[in-house]
Design a protein around this ligand. Structure first.
Ligand code: ATP
Ligand code: MG
Ligand code: MG
Ligand code: MG
Length: 463
């Protein structure tokens, strides 16, 4: 028989059905004449309990080898389970062990392991309940991201990972080098000529697909990217990775209000999808990781987000008795302590802060009439702080050109970006959402390293 996924059996399997399942042993409890073997294939939090009689052909021998961690196949008949908390179990008629796991050295012992410990065994940690739940939620959420945009007629565009533009101007670029470092090109001074990196030009790993997404929006109206992004974040925070996934919608004929509406609808949609499709995993997070996970999800879905200007946010922060490490005054970039105070303590729900000072934001944002602020928006969430950064874009060629000069960017390299403003320019807007921050927020996981299978941080690049 072809094998069935355990999730499917747990949900709809009926007593009397014969099934074959494959997976890894989570626990084995030996009784006198039989053993309880729980196996998990990653499809659900709960495994399938099998009762394996020692008097099966080779039963006793095989059972000895079916230790925790071993890969096995079990065939048999489903029966109603007498045990509490499970509807169905498997009465095994055969058991095969593919690969044994040495019980002495298997790193995933029954006790609870710290996340630090699990990060060191990234090749095995997906077999734990917590990481299993995280990666299932991550999958469901990724799927919901595409569904949300596809239902609304957005085109998924694939922007390059290798690019010459530093979109954010934050100096967090990784250089791509294709140089033969044994025989590199030299400058006149004799040092390696890194300006030759990419076959004679400079190139970097992308920090954002936004500029390219804008190009596509000027032809397809509504587009989005969803792919990896790189930033040389040489620090250790619980919310920054050097490689993370970003979702970046970009919409033509759209202003900042439309942008905020989309961001809010998006978050409501993906939370709803995950609650519906991963109920057991979300219950687990609520019970084991953070007691506010379900409440937060409900509140995202049900309540409108608060919307305030940067200027008003600063007023709130200046008035509070709470003391911040970084002092607040008009003009500062909000730090994560400020963002979290606003979302967690003041409004107690996500909020959208708009109209930041131009000086602390990127060159491409739409200048307001006051000449001091830009049509920026950050979505701030409890526990995380900034989860989305976005803006209406500057669509006026002359204003954009002056901005580029003012911030000291090389105009030549952005000729195409300026030219989009020459031919059929129009109001447009978009945002960037860090996928891992979203998963962190959804699951209550403390550290961003534990919501991506292979975190890239200053310590982690091994596999
Ligand atoms: P922060 O202030 O937290 O460093 P940012 O303002 O530098 O974020 P943006 O350039 O606005 O980030 O990028 C858009 C979104 O991408 C952010 O709102 C965040 O969700 C996510 N993001 C940014 N940097 C990282 C990172 N190093 N790791 C994971 N996600 C990130
Ligand atoms: Mg940053
Ligand atoms: Mg920021
Ligand atoms: Mg930002």
């Amino acid at each position: 028989a072809t094998s069935r996924r355990i999730l499917d059996i747990l949900r709809i399997g009926q007593p009397g059905e014969t099934v074959t399942v494959r997976g890894w042993v989570r626990t084995k409890r030996d009784q006198k004449e039989f053993s309880f073997v729980e196996i998990n294939d990653g499809s659900s939090m709960a495994g399938l309990q099998a009762v394996v009689n020692a008097d099966l052909p080779d039963g006793a021998e095989t059972l000895k080898r079916a230790n925790t961690g071993a890969s096995v196949e079990l065939s048999g008949t489903l029966v109603e389970s007498p045990a509490k908390g499970q509807r169905i179990e498997l009465k095994a008629e055969s058991i095969t062990v593919f690969g044994e796991a040495d019980a002495e050295t298997y790193p995933l012992q029954k006790k609870r392991h710290s996340f630090e410990f699990l990060r060191d065994i990234a090749h095995l940690r997906s077999r734990t309940n917590t990481l299993g739940a995280v990666f299932r939620v991550r999958n469901t959420c990724a799927n919901a991201v595409h569904q949300f945009f596809q239902e609304r007629g957005f085109l998924w565009v694939h922007t390059p990972l290798i690019t010459a533009s530093d979109c954010e101007g934050a100096g967090e670029l990784f250089t791509v080098t294709g140089l033969d470092l044994e025989k590199p090109p030299r400058t006149k001074e004799g040092t390696v000529d890194f300006s030759q990196d990419f076959f004679g030009k400079r190139a970097y790993l992308t920090v954002s697909g936004q500029l390219e997404a804008e190009i596509m929006a000027m032809a397809f109206t509504d587009v989005y990217t969803f792919g990896p992004t790189f930033r040389a974040e040489n620090s250790n925070t619980s919310r920054h990775l050097a490689e993370f996934w970003m979702i970046e919608p970009e919409m033509a004929f759209c202003d900042l209000n439309g942008n905020m509406d989309l961001a809010e609808a998006f978050l409501k949609y993906v939370f709803q999808a995950v609650l519906e499709q991963c109920p057991e995993d979300m219950e687990f997070f609520n019970k084991r990781i953070d007691k506010t996970v379900l409440e937060t999800a409900q509140s995202i879905i049900e309540n409108e987000f608060e919307r305030i200007t940067y200027t008003d946010a600063v007023k709130i922060l200046e008035k509070t008795d709470k003391s911040f490490e970084f002092p607040v005054s008009w003009g500062i970039d909000l730090q994560s302590e400020h963002e979290r105070y606003l979302a967690e303590e003041y409004f107690k729900k996500p909020l959208i802060v708009t109209d930041y000072p131009a000086d602390i934001k990127a060159f491409y944002m739409r200048m307001n009439d006051d000449g001091k602020t830009v049509r920026a928006m950050d979505v701030l969430a409890p526990r995380i702080g900034e989860i989305i950064g976005g803006s209406q874009r500057e669509e006026r060629e002359d204003v954009l050109e002056r901005r580029i000069e003012a911030v000291g960017l090389p105009k030549e390299s952005l000729w195409w970006y300026l030219e989009l403003r020459k031919y059929g320019t129009v109001e447009h807007a978009g945002f960037g959402l860090g996928f891992e921050r979203l998963i962190q927020f959804m699951t209550g996981m403390q550290n961003i390293r534990d919501v991506i299978p292979f975190p890239r941080t200053p310590q982690n690049a091994e596999f």
